[in-house]
Design a protein around this ligand. Structure first.
Ligand SMILES: Cc1cc2nc3c(=O)[nH]c(=O)nc-3n(C[C@H](O)[C@H](O)[C@H](O)COP(=O)(O)O)c2cc1C
Length: 230
């Protein structure tokens, strides 16, 4: 059970803590038991389960969109509108020293050993070539009360996104949002295309956070403020 506790502590607690949702899981005993059973089973059956997971995935990624029913993408779109996500601005710098970036919800913590993040960037996004070329980016986790600035940032064209003066750049010139709930600086470790997106794995170099805990959640096409304990 020590191994199970270790996995639980490092995967689950980290995940919830990072996104400020600790208050939502104050009574963790039931979840802990469920996780313990899940991880214990996963360990003993790993060799049986992994091939089952891999083969349908490989088949799915080689299928083109056109052989899926039209209604699936519509249903999928509606399903995702019900999935509330934390909001981030992912930023880097181009060769001329200009900040480049985009608003993103496809951002997740990958693991603690090593500290790492995963982001999925549309291959048509203007910031993608700069991200890949610079090889370093900031993930600025947006805090509560930032919905107006977020709406402006999301509407602005690539050249005017960073016009406000709330951005610092470190010695590496990577933009850091001063009013972010937390900022995580990553170096690109791996980047792989999947469908319309590039899946980028980043190794964490720096990570810092604001005292207050609160965030912005994007749900059903709108921004909602979330305050811990409120
Ligand atoms: C709330 C929100 C979340 C978004 N999440 C992502 C995302 O996770 N990945 C992505 O590639 N684009 C995402 N976008 C779209 C980009 O922010 C951006 O609008 C798009 O890449 C066009 O940028 P460009 O004009 O610089 O090419 C999101 C937009 C909004 C409003």
């Amino acid at each position: 059970m020590i191994g199970v506790d270790y996995i639980f502590a490092n995967d689950c607690r980290h995940y919830f803590k990072l996104f400020g949702f600790c208050t939502l899981i104050q009574n963790v005993e039931i979840q802990r038991e469920t996780c313990a059973v899940f991880f214990a089973r996963r360990k003993t059956e790993e060799n049986d389960i992994l091939p089952m997971i891999r083969s349908p995935r490989a088949a799915a990624s080689s299928r083109s969109c056109s052989d899926r029913p039209e209604s699936l993408s519509e249903d999928f779109r509606h399903s995702l509108r019900r999935f509330g996500n934390g909001v981030t601005i992912v930023a880097t710098v181009d060769r001329q020293g200009q900040p480049r970036g985009l608003m993103m919800t496809a951002v997740m913590s990958l693991c603690m050993e090593p500290p790492s993040m995963l982001i999925a960037v549309n291959r048509a996004a203007s910031a993608l070539p700069f991200l890949l070329e610079r090889g370093r980016f900031s993930i600025n986790i947006i805090g509560a009360g930032e919905e107006e600035e977020c709406a402006r940032f999301a509407r602005a064209d690539a050249e005017t996104r960073f016009v406000n003066h709330d951005w610092d750049c470190g010695t590496d010139n990577i933009p850091r949002y001063r009013r972010a709930a937390a900022t995580i600086i990553c170096d690109i470790d791996d980047a792989r295309p999947f469908g319309s997106h590039m899946v980028i794995q980043g190794l964490v170099r720096e990570s810092y956070y604001a005292k207050e805990i609160g965030g912005l959640v994007y749900l059903d096409g709108r921004f909602f403020n979330v305050k811990a304990g409120g």
